[in-house]
Design a binder for this molecule. Structure first.
Ligand code: URA
Length: 178
């Protein structure tokens, strides 16, 4: 089983610092999957993605989208917390097959990436996040909608951008909902 495999993973040094591998939170058959970057301290302790401060911001955004709890799921590119919460590209290359397998199992109709590292992991050729955010893209089998990372909303300008991109995302999702 994939989650058991991830929990026992020792393929990169990040496993040395983990309390829990952080795998998934959400519905059993979500049609929208949010892809974050890496667990922080709260997530490492709880073993669930986005349960800290960034998670509260994300949940608030998801509520605005009108998605019911069964309709969405949340994963991260990295399953173990990196030191000082700094994304580790080498670890992401090793961890990436887990994300692919999660998406292959969940088969969502829409993938929403959160922040530049999640976008880059799904689409290495994507432009910088401030250009790409708010504009849907297709990569292989996936319809992707890039958003800023909720932890990056620290100014009035980024808050406005977050709000605007969520509005466009709501329309895009409504089209996909069918
Ligand atoms: N930031 C992320 O990218 N993922 C989490 O799970 C928490 C914070």
């Amino acid at each position: 089983m994939l989650s058991r495999e991830i929990r026992g993973c020792v393929r990169c040094p990040l496993h040395l610092g983990r309390t829990h591998a952080v795998i998934y939170r959400g519905g059993e058959h979500p049609w929208v999957v949010f892809v974050g970057e890496a667990p922080g301290r709260a997530e490492d302790l709880a073993g669930e993605p986005f349960v800290g401060r960034a998670g509260a911001k994300l949940d608030e955004g998801i509520a605005r989208l009108g998605l019911a709890p069964t309709e969405f799921g949340i994963v991260n590119v990295l399953k173990c917390r990196p030191p000082a919460n700094r994304f580790v590209l080498g670890a992401a290359r090793i961890c990436r097959p887990y994300l692919e397998r999660q998406l292959a199992l969940l088969r969502p109709r829409a993938v929403v990436t959160l922040g530049r590292w999640a976008l880059r992991s799904m689409d290495p050729g994507a432009p910088p996040i401030m250009t790409a955010a708010g504009i849907p893209r297709s990569v292989g089998a996936w319809d992707i909608y890039p958003l800023l990372h909720p932890a990056a909303i620290r100014s009035h300008a980024t808050a406005q951008r977050w709000k605007r991109d969520l509005g466009t995302l709501a329309e895009w999702l409504n089209e996909k909902r069918g």
